[in-house]
Write a protein that binds this ligand. Sequence first.
Ligand SMILES: [Zn+2]
Length: 231
Amino acid sequence: MKKGLTESAMGLFLLVMVFLAVRYGSVETLSEETAAASERPLVVIDAGHGGNDPGKVGVDGSLEKDINLEIAKRLKTYLEQSDVDAVLTRETDAGLYSESDTGKKAADMQNRCVLIEKNDPDLVVSIHQNSYHEEYVSGGQVFYYKDSEKGRRLAEILQRRFDYVLGEENRRQPKANGSYYLLRNVRCPIVIVECGFLSNRREAALLNDNEYQDRLAWTIHMGIMEYLNGK
Ligand SMILES: [Zn+2]
């Protein structure tokens, strides 16, 4: 009996509190803030490879997975400074598989897709570095899924932006692709940004330079802002 009474008193107290909060605006302010937060665009940044998968290995011995992660983390910071929410597919060296997985690469790719679908972002940028058997080849290139109009638009913006980082010599065009796993399996607009060639000695040195990584992240961030603002 006594317990029941206490509970009713508590219930009444809470009711009064809610009434006061609504009456004097604090709940309204809170819901406005929540609404504003949910209206922020969300970008998933995928740092390619990781763990037992180094990606491309540079002429200088540097590993693609490390460079991808550096650029991805810097890009996240720049996006957040521009009021865009950003989620990384990995924040450490570890890949997205467990030691018990027999097909680690397949598990890793599937888990990246699951993470992307769960976050339901406005777009995905997958960061990679390239390599080629002829050393003279250099420059950045952006890939998009062949049937995605939005992906193509994002790729064109980012490809143009490479000129600011690399200078005049970057003559590459964004390229449609229908076979890359992430491009085929992710439903929202997604691009793969190959920032440069680790097989080119000059570019490999640049890609390992913190200031250059920062310039790449800044440029990709500017391209994403251009895409989001033009939506
Ligand atoms: Zn790669």
